[in-house]
Design a protein around this ligand. Sequence first.
Ligand code: ADP
Length: 534
Amino acid sequence: MPEKNSFNLNLRNLFINTAKNFSDTEIVYRNKRRMTYSKFFQRVNGLAAGLKSIGVKEGDTVAVIDWDTDKYMEAYYAVPMMGAILHTVNIRYPPELIYYSMNHAEDKYVIVRDEFLPILEKNKQMFDFIKGWIVYNDDNGTVSTQMAPNYHYEDIVKNEKFEFPDLDENTTATIFYTSGTTGFPKGVTFTQRNLVMHTLALANGVQFSPINVGRSDNFMILVPMFHVHSWGIPYMGLLNGNKYVLPGRYEVGTILELLKNENIKFSAMVPSILYMVLSAPNLEEYREYLKGWRIIIGGAALPKGLAMKARSLGITAIGAYGLSETAPLLTIAMYNDSISRADDETKFNFSITTGIPVPMVNLKVVDQNMVDVPADAKTVGEIVVRSPWLTKGYFKDPQKTEELWKGGWLHTGDLAVIHPNGYISIVDREKDAVKSGGEFIPSLVLENALSEMKGVGEVAVIGKPHEKWGERPVAFIVKNEPIKESDVYEHLNKYVDVGRIQKWWVPDEIYFIDSIPKTSTGKSDKKELRKMLK
Ligand code: ADP
């Protein structure tokens, strides 16, 4: 018998009323399939029963390898709610890292779309630790594979009547691996309680942000489901009863068609995806459907130039911040009292900053002695945080965990300033910071300034080794109109004149390139750019 008045913070309890309250609301997969929440939760129940019937037990890790699909969504619920651990495999990793992460996570069962089977089959002897493969294709047809034993997803889901247990809230619910932007991938785990608390804070954050997301706003999230639980939105969206559209593999044509046909009003993505959508050659045809589209941009700073382009099309894009280790949400560019009263331009300028912490995030910007830096928009420190949904640490890596949680605060490795009104602006990652003459040049501030120039599409600034200064900044620019190096210097010098950037921050070299190399999660790959420079 549970103790009187005790109530576990687990996903089963979080969604206890969802299927009933929003029984007719739809979950849509491309133009392929749609189902109501009531059907969805019935299938979630079926999937859990089916997984149990093939041997999945509480504590087992079940991997998923797919694009963003309805089946992935079912696994997001069924696997952790039955007490197993959901491993969202990064499908953008090279094959050796896919294998590494699955082996390191101790995966036991794998739910996989047929398209990804060939890379697994090539090395099938390496996967002898997997006890069962649950396979499907896009049309729910028969799939044959050398991976054994195997089961067909639709047969598994036919099972029903699974009684979801009332799990202890500290049960591990999910695991995934960091994208490896700044180092070798590390496994991070989250508990039932972490996910519940994160979902509630996120729901609060998006409703009260300037983008004001409400029940009637249809969702299409363009953050891969392997990337930090698609930022937790697959849980938040259903909790609030929003129509949820899954775009499969990200293709601009499909994204624009879904935007139009499903009347999408809310999305989230990294900046490069928004850039890709807004650069579509046939964007004009969709102009009327872009109006009123509201977007959270995270994972990297929202460049002002991109936000201005979005605004000119009637789209509202605002900034948010988090990391794999923090589930991810830490801040959203919500309006606090000081900004609510400000003029539109000031509001715009603050809506593209890193933002302010959401409820229950205790965030500080500190110097090396853990002392808060002054809120003067100038002094740079590291962001450290505490909150109920941060990872306990890296899976099977006590040393890295110790570094992450040094002094009882989670160290983000992000360098930031605090404005007098409490807003935070990240200026760089510790590992990307350009150190010149013993001082530090904020690459994100430079990128932002460059993004505002007409003709500049995407931009990335990195440090180049320099005999005298240690490092000097260089900029990589993707043009979308003919511009010359001298135009870029002219633009930057204007910013120097008004004091927005310092004279010695102006990059020594400017390279025009066709595209900025991207990490597995679509961010500028600065490691790769540094290699290119060499
Ligand atoms: P990776 O470190 O491989 O990029 P994550 O997805 O965990 O993987 O990325 C988290 C990092 O992304 C943060 O530590 C920060 O450097 C960067 N980031 C996330 N949101 C923002 C933002 N709004 N502004 C600037 N940087 C951001």
